[in-house]
Each structure stands twice: as structure tokens, then as C-alpha cells.
Design a protein around this ligand. Structure first.
Ligand SMILES: Nc1ncnc2c1ncn2[C@@H]1O[C@H](COP(=O)(O)OP(=O)(O)OP(=O)(O)O)[C@@H](O)[C@H]1O
Ligand SMILES: Nc1ncnc2c1ncn2[C@@H]1O[C@H](COP(=O)(O)OP(=O)(O)OP(=O)(O)O)[C@@H](O)[C@H]1O
Ligand SMILES: [Mg+2]
Ligand SMILES: [Mg+2]
Lengths: 226, 226
């Protein structure tokens, strides 16, 4: 579903060069639920943004659903992202002037697709936002904003979802509800989820865990509960 | 150090009324390290903002270091906050145009105070940001931004620090380093820390844990490790 080959991403030059990604080759298969763990600053968000076509590599390539992102025009890249990829940002990136519900429905609107009403309602109830739909982000708690970001990525049923620390601001109960729903989405709808997390409990729900440090993959394991 | 009496905070009216705080009376003593836990949306951030004078109550009062915030002019409130209170925001609220170091030093600059250079350097190393000081927030990882927010609140040695989920985006090692440093700050410098957290491991480092649900305090316990 998503693959990186020899991915490198550098910032700055000379003495100040930061090797955010320092040669990453990894393959996420269709229908897989993978977790990425690693220290703060190890390159997790950078890897996710490059895999989702939100950022370009300095070297190497990314292949999404068989398409090499390297050659694509801005227009084709945008279309690919809009139709096939969902992204839950570490900082949520909600539209401040739209309500929770409008934020959740935005990807479908932008893709000019109808969306499955029953599914959208299932997502809203799974993340527990039923009575917060008409509030704007500034009128929501941190965890409620995070759940809007989660719902927005799930509602349009994209083929692959990149989730950057989707439960970081949730109490253990809301967090496990989100994780269990994501597990369902992979098992029942054959979607692919790649989730960055610092929480071993969250990682345990995935099929495999990839460990990053200093921009490289340093370890990998089948999930102990898979 | 900080006390709320019969605190109520309501949003909206009629059917849409949200009782974010529904009658909270709590007392945080000088030199105490207290944790606040509770479900997403239960009022934790609202309580913290009202205790820190960043938001007003609908009913009840807040007393900081002996001063009732209710009567204060904007100017006096700003001066009190600047001189006595440090706040680590759930969404960090860093200044995007300033570097990490400038963000960390900003409260001292605004308070027109010199600050203790040795202390500031100790804080920077405790949160592990030594080689990230000249980067702007957009050039930092999520966890690095969170650590800038932590360092900013600690650097000016305020009497009381309100920390809203200070380790939510940190891996367990960076997170425990931040927590251990906060514990030191309370033990060695007699500062007061009130920390919201969803992580029981983080809460265990505090002296006492207060539990919030639906805008009310529902339980309280001496920390199991205190
Ligand atoms: N401006 C507003 N208008 C309406 N409701 C609001 C507004 N601001 C906050 N709320 C509501 O007040 C309640 C308490 O919010 P608060 O941010 O204190 O929760 P919290 O305990 O910090 O949650 P989290 O763990 O998710 O950060 C939430 O249900 C939220 O939706
Ligand atoms: N524009 C930039 N200029 C310089 N360095 C950058 C820039 N953007 C990111 N970095 C650096 O790249 C490294 C990797 O960042 P990334 O956001 O991928 O880390 P992460 O693993 O997601 O961390 P966290 O767990 O804290 O979110 C970090 O050290 C960060 O400071
Ligand atoms: Mg990150
Ligand atoms: Mg909060």
C-alpha cells in the first residue's frame, strides 16, 4: 500500500545539517495495521509526511498504491492524496472557522464525493463527538479536537490512513475506543493504517511495530498480541 | 498557592449550555506537586486556565498566592501572571517567529527580569534541547515543541506552574526526564506544580491526584508512591 525505498530527508547544510531521514526502506502492505515508535525527534512525522506525499524526499522514492510519487505533477499528487490517503496530524490542523462536523466532512467535499452517511455516523459515535458537532475547534477540548482529526481521516474511507500520535491527548478510555475502532476498520474494511505512537499499549493493537532512531529503522517486531 | 472556591464556568445558554466547571472547590498548597486526571472534555484545561487567571469564572472565585483574582484589573492580573505563574499549554502556544531559545526566554524578557543563567541552562539540558535552540517551532518535531513549552515555563522559576498534559507527545524516556526534572523543581526549589495528565505513570510522580468528571471533582487520592 505504501513503500519507501532509500528515503533520505535533510534540512540545513554543512555543520547544521539535520538528517531527519537517513536511509529508510520500509514496506506497508494492504490491510496491515503498523505502528511506528521511536524517540522524540527520530524522524517519525517526517517519514509519515513523505509517505503521504505531503513532503518531498531529498533522496530515494515513495510508492503509494503502485504509483511512484517522484514523477507526479502537483495536480496528480493532490488528486492521489485526496482520493486515497487520510492523515491524522500530530497537531490536528483543523480549520478554525468550520465546525467539528464540517471539518469531518471536508475531505469528501474537496474530493467531490458523496460519502457513506451510515459510515460517517458510525465514525462520529465511535469517537464520541455526537454532541460536539456544531462547535468550532476553539470551543472544544484538546482531546475533542484530536478526535475530530481522527474522524476526519476515517469518514472518507481512504485506502490508507497515516495517524501521527492519534491518542496523545486522550484519556485511556477515549484512547482505547479510538484504537479499537481503527482495528475494526483494518479488519472489516481492509484499509491500511500506519500509526505513530509513543504508547506501547496503542502499539500492541497493531500487527507489527517498526522502531525508528536518528532517521533510520533500527528494529522491527511482530506485535506481541498479533 | 492556588485555590478555587465554588468555581463554575458555563458556555452557551438554554439547551446548549455546557457546564465546563460545575462547582469546583480545590486547594493546591505551596510546594505541592498535584496531578489532575479525568476523561477528555471533563474540564481539566478549563480549571487550569481559570486557576492561572487566563480565563474568568461564571461563578465562584480563584485565589492565587493570597490574592483574589475576582477584583483585579487587567493590568494587575497580567503582572501577577507574569511574575508568579508559569503555564505549559496543551497546544504549546509557541511564538512561530521566535527560535526555541527566544521562546524559552520570553517570559523573563516580558517581566523585565534577568533570570538565572545557570538555571536556564540546566532547564535546557534537562529537556534535551541543547542542539535545537536556534530552530523555529516549524523546524521542530512535535515533542521538541512540547519541550520548548516546558522549558519556557520552568526557566523563569515562577512560584506556581500549571502544566497541561506536558508529556503527551513525548516518548517514555523524554517524558520521564521531564517528569523527574519537575519533581526536582518541587523538591529543591519549593515551587508548586499542578499537572493535568492522562498518563498514570506521570500522575504517580505527584504527591496527590485529583479526579475530574463532568466539571466536578469526583475523587482524590494520595499518590501511591508519595
Ligand atoms: N467556547 C466553548 N464553547 C462551548 N463549549 C466549550 C468551549 N470551550 C470548552 N468547551 C467545552 O468545555 C468542556 C471542558 O473542556 P476542557 O478543555 O476543560 O476539557 P479537558 O478536560 O481539558 O479535555 P481534554 O482531556 O480533551 O483536553 C468540553 O466539553 C468542551 O467542549
Ligand atoms: N525545517 C526543519 N529544519 C531543521 N530541522 C528540522 C526541520 N523539520 C524537522 N526538523 C528536525 O527533524 C527531526 C525529525 O523530526 P520529526 O518531526 O520527524 O520527529 P518525530 O520523530 O516525529 O518526533 P516527535 O516524537 O517529537 O513528534 C527533528 O530533530 C527535527 O528537529
Ligand atoms: Mg512527530
Ligand atoms: Mg485539556
Amino acid at each position: 500500500a505504501a513503500r519507501a525505498e532509500g528515503a533520505r530527508k535533510t534540512y540545513g547544510k554543512g555543520e547544521n545539517t539535520v538528517h531527519a531521514l537517513d536511509g529508510v526502506t520500509v514496506d506497508f502492505k494492504v490491510g496491515e495495521f503498523a505502528a511506528i515508535m521511536g524517540p522524540s525527534g527520530s524522524g517519525k512525522s517526517t517519514l509519515m509526511h513523505c509517505l503521504a506525499g505531503l513532503d518531498s524526499l531529498t533522496e530515494g522514492r515513495v510508492i503509494i498504491d503502485g504509483t511512484d510519487l517522484t514523477g507526479l505533477s502537483d495536480k496528480s499528487l493532490t488528486t492521489l492524496r485526496r482520493d486515497e490517503i487520510g492523515f491524522i496530524f500530530q497537531a490536528y490542523n483543523l480549520v478554525p472557522t468550520l465546525t467539528a462536523e464540517e471539518n469531518i466532512r471536508l475531505p469528501l467535499l474537496l474530493a467531490n464525493r458523496k460519502g457513506d452517511e451510515a459510515w460517517i455516523n458510525r465514525v462520529i459515535d465511535a469517537v464520541g463527538l455526537r454532541d460536539r458537532l456544531h462547535h468550532k475547534p476553539s470551543e472544544l477540548s484538546g482531546g475533542q479536537q484530536q478526535r475530530v482529526a481522527v474522524a476526519r481521516a476515517l469518514a472518507s474511507q481512504p485506502k490508507i490512513i497515516f495517524a501521527d500520535e492519534p491518542t496523545g491527548n486522550l484519556d485511556s478510555r477515549s484512547g482505547s475506543e479510538v484504537l479499537r475502532f481503527m482495528r475494526k476498520v483494518v479488519d472489516e474494511l481492509d484499509q491500511t493504517i500506519v500509526m505513530v505512537t509513543h504508547d506501547p499499549v496503542a502499539a500492541a493493537i497493531a500487527d507489527r511495530i517498526v522502531f525508528l532512531a536518528d532517521g533510520k529503522i533500527v528494529d522491527e517486531m511482530r506485535s506481541p498480541t498479533a
